[in-house]
Every structure is written in C-alpha cells, then in structure tokens.
Design a protein around this ligand. Structure first.
Ligand code: PMM
Length: 267
C-alpha cells in the first residue's frame, strides 16, 4: 500500500491564535490524530515554503519543531523533519526523527547532505530552483520534464558523493516549486518517468494552489482535500511510493478503495 506522509506544520499560519503563537501541544495532538487516522510517517515542519513565504531563522524553526518531533517519535511514530537547514535536520534526527525532508534537495544548505550521510536517515530530495519568495520567477523551462529529471539526478549524484546511497533517497518532483499551474500537471503526467529513475518517489499535491486554480475561484478546504485524495490515488497508480497530505483520512480511504479495485489490499 502507498505510504501516507501526514503533514504537521508547526507554523503560525497553520496553528495560530491569529498571530505569532505556535503551541507545540496543539501540533503534537494533531500529529497523533493523523497517526491514528493512518499516517505511516508524520512530516514535521516549522518553516512555511508556500509561494511568497519569507525565510524563518533556524533558531525559531528549531524552537517550533524539536518538542513536536521528540513527542511524536516518543509516541512511536516514524517522523520526518521538513527543513532546509542542516542544523535543524541534525537536531531533529537526535530528537528521534528518521527521515529528512528537504524540498531543496540539499541545495539550500551546503551542510545538509553531510548531516544525512553521517546518520542512517533516509532523505527526501525535492526539485527546487530557489527560495519560495520568488520561485515563480524561476519557472522557465524549454523542456520541463527533462530539466526537472536532470536537476534531480544532479542532486542524487551530490548525495552519492556525500555518501548517501540511492536506497536511502526518495525523489520528489516538487509540485508547486518553481512550477506554475499547468507545469504541475506536466510533471505529474510524467510520474512514471520519475519512478523509473531508481529511488522511491514521493508526491505532494495536498491543498496546493494549482488544484485550487483548477477547481475555480475559491474552492473550500473540503474540495481541495477531495481533489488531493484523487491526485494521490493517481500518483500511487503511476509509481509513487508515498504521498504527502494534510487530510490523512480522506487519502487513506481513497488509496484503500483503489487498492481494493486492484486486488492489492483486503480490509
Ligand atoms: N510541499 C510543501 C512542503 N513540504 N515536502 C515535500 N517533500 N514535497 C512537497 O511537495 C512539499 C514539502 C508545501 O506545502 P505545505 O505548506 O502545504 O506543507
């Protein structure tokens, strides 16, 4: 069955009293609920990478995520740390995380791949062309799929040089990262090519802007979660090893129905 990575964003825009307050207990409870709903991995992040987002100081990010990583790992959940910072990755691995999820594929922080190499952690390497604040300016391609694949393979080589074998790597085509609207569908359509590169593939479409754009002006969260469940099933059917989602229960049900249809799962 396709692996479900449940999103635990410890950022003020996800868990807030309307301002700067981030309550670790709320994030921990949220993570435990996602785990009970069927998340195989909990992905904890303390810095928003949404389009236009500004960078957060590593110290602030660490204050947000470390208590949450420690509590969820202590509860027995496999935890990944969603970070661009090598220092945050190192501390989160010490606190119990077992996967580093770097949407920049090790490009944002030159120390990242060494941190991963020095542990037994797996690493998600995303396709990325620069920070979220201006990433749409970098969405220029002559041959989108070829360029995304080539750029990802460069990251796999960098990981290999640092001492990380392909078996510990998960590739992510980076839906929404340096890609506008239709470019995301182009990348998703090419998923079998990504899956054929060797390493496992993770896909993150959850609640992303390109889905909202496709559904009309202002789709509800429920509409986006339904659309996410559909894209997650299609991703699974096209070779994705894992999907990263906010609404774990919806995607779990969708993946189960698809697996029943295929005869690969029985309740
Ligand atoms: N997208 C976001 C954050 N982290 N990690 C991976 N591996 N893949 C993604 O597509 C991805 C990610 C941005 O989405 P969010 O702000 O809703 O978490």
């Amino acid at each position: 069955m396709t692996v479900i990575m449940g999103i635990v964003n410890v950022t003020p825009d996800s868990f807030s009293d309307g301002g700067r307050f981030v309550d670790p207990d709320v994030a921990i409870a949220h993570g435990l609920r996602l785990r009970a709903e069927g998340a195989d991995i909990l992905d904890v992040g303390g810095e928003s990478t949404r389009p236009g987002a500004e960078r957060v100081a590593a110290r602030v990010e660490q204050e947000r995520v470390l208590p949450v990583v420690a509590a969820l790992a202590a509860a027995g959940a496999p935890v990944s740390i969603d970070t661009l910072n090598a220092s945050t990755a190192a501390l989160a691995l010490e606190a119990g995380a077992s996967i580093v999820n770097d949407v920049s594929g090790g490009l944002a922080d030159p120390g990242m791949l060494e941190v991963v190499a020095s542990t037994r952690a797996d690493v998600v390497l995303g396709h990325w062309r620069g920070a979220s604040a201006d990433m749409y300016a970098r969405a220029e391609y002559t041959d989108l799929v070829r360029e995304v694949i080539e750029e990802l393979l460069v990251r796999v080589e960098a990981a290999a040089l640092a001492g990380i074998p392909p078996a510990r790597i998960v590739l992510d085509p980076g839906v929404g990262f340096a890609k506008r609207g239709a470019q995301n569908w182009d990348v998703l359509r090419a998923l079998p090519q990504f899956a054929g590169l060797g390493p496992r593939v993770l896909v993150g479409t959850s609640r992303k802007r390109f889905l909202g754009d496709a559904l009309g002006d202002d789709p509800s969260l429920a509409d986006k979660d339904l659309a996410t469940a559909v894209t997650s099933v299609i991703a699974a059917q096209n070779g994705a090893w894992a999907v990263r989602v906010h609404d774990v229960a919806a995607t779990r049900d969708a993946l189960r129905v698809a697996a029943l249809w295929e005869g690969t799962w029985t309740p």
